[in-house]
Design a protein. Structure first.
Length: 147
């Protein structure tokens, strides 16, 4: 009886962990979507905040993963069918949706980086041309004052 109680307790723990994992994966997906929207609007400080929030969730997910593997291994070794608790399809779906959203954000940020690079190059050209103009203009004024 104690043996069965131990399996039941660990099974319940596994179910709770899988539920918590899905909740955090959904939160991660929400943050990925928010990050893409922030990238579209050029809100770089918000992107930085989101990256920090995502890092906290990623740490929890890593902990969940280790505990889930540990519990599954134990339950399988005791002959308990772990597939009954399997919500792997939802986990995979959430992970794939998050990856797709991250790809969109990466594309947006790459485009913004290229726009910024181009703007900086144009700014540098303008700066050099205005300096050249000003130095030529000063030289011309020096010649005009000599007369």
């Amino acid at each position: 009886m104690v043996f069965t109680e131990n399996i039941k307790k660990r099974s319940d723990s596994l179910i709770e962990l899988l539920g918590a994992q899905c909740t955090d994966l959904e939160a991660l997906l929400g943050l990925a979507r928010e990050e893409a929207a922030a990238a579209e609007n050029g809100m770089f400080l918000r992107i930085w905040e989101i990256v920090s929030e995502r890092a906290v969730i990623a740490e929890r997910l890593e902990t969940y993963h280790h505990r889930i593997v540990e519990l599954r291994t134990y339950l399988e070794s005791e002959g308990e069918p772990v597939s009954n608790y399997d919500i792997t399809n939802r986990v995979i779906e959430l992970a794939n949706m998050t990856l797709a959203q991250d790809q969109k954000t990466r594309h947006l940020l790459t485009g913004l980086r290229e726009e910024s690079r181009s703007s900086l190059q144009n700014l540098e050209r303008s700066y050099l041309q205005s300096n050249k103009y000003l130095s030529e203009n000063r030289r011309g004024l020096t010649y005009a004052c000599e007369f």
